[in-house]
Design a protein around this ligand. Structure first.
Ligand SMILES: CC(C)(COP(=O)(O)OP(=O)(O)OC[C@H]1O[C@@H](n2cnc3c(N)ncnc32)[C@H](O)[C@@H]1OP(=O)(O)O)[C@@H](O)C(=O)NCCC(=O)NCCS
Length: 177
């Protein structure tokens, strides 16, 4: 369990898979800026075994309510894989600072535990809330990836963001490991 002030991050366990699959299958949860897909629980479980090494964490409020997820995964590249994060919250819990803190916890965790120089994130150019949380957590916009996403029946441009280890320097929120 990774503990913050507002939320905790807890690795997705087998018993979370029905809820995780329900979220991934919900257009409302995905929020219009992520590819729509329909996954069975078995397929959701297989995501955890993919070569991307996807590791999703449930974002829980301090009372244990499950309000979303944040995941880290590898973007494969011949010169070595890159770490990327993705996240989403249930609509009723957005705008309360929870995702900002979840990203801060995840960045601390990844820089403390992985030998990586950078963590990246990618977001639809129209996804203002996602860009805001990345900027609030010290990610820098690197540029536009043209025609990178296929969402809602359209090809869309995406912004690539990153935070470098030297921009992080020390844990901002995660103090107990
Ligand atoms: C992106 C998302 C995870 C943000 O979670 P959240 O918990 O609401 O984020 P926070 O409350 O920490 O911060 C949101 C910030 O964006 C701002 N914001 C929200 N909607 C906005 C909009 N349409 N335009 C501009 N800013 C917006 C909020 O005001 C807040 O900034 P502030 O704290 O300075 O006021 C959430 O909106 C979500 O789940 N969206 C659907 C899934 C998604 O798009 N995931 C990202 C894929 S890259």
């Amino acid at each position: 369990m990774l503990e913050g002030k507002l939320v905790n991050l807890r690795i997705v366990e087998k018993e979370d898979l029905p809820l995780f699959a329900e979220w991934l299958n919900s257009p409302e949860f995905l929020g219009g800026f992520q590819p729509l897909r329909q996954l069975s629980k078995t397929e959701a479980e297989k995501i955890l075994e993919s070569p991307l090494e996807l590791k999703p964490f449930i974002i829980e409020k301090k009372d244990g309510t499950k309000i979303g997820f944040i995941a880290h995964f590898h973007v494969l590249h011949p010169t070595g894989s890159k770490l990327e994060i993705g996240y989403a919250l249930v609509p009723s819990e957005r705008g309360k600072g929870y995702c900002t803190e979840a990203i801060e916890i995840m960045v601390d965790y990844l820089f403390l535990s992985k030998d990586t120089m950078r963590i990246q994130a990618c977001t639809d150019v129209r996804n203002a809330a996602s860009q805001k949380v990345l900027e609030k957590t010290s990610f820098k916009k690197e540029g536009t990836m043209r025609k990178y996403l296929f969402i809602g029946g359209e090809v869309r441009d995406a912004y690539l963001y990153s935070i470098l280890r030297e921009e992080w320097k020390e844990p901002r929120i995660l103090t107990r490991m």
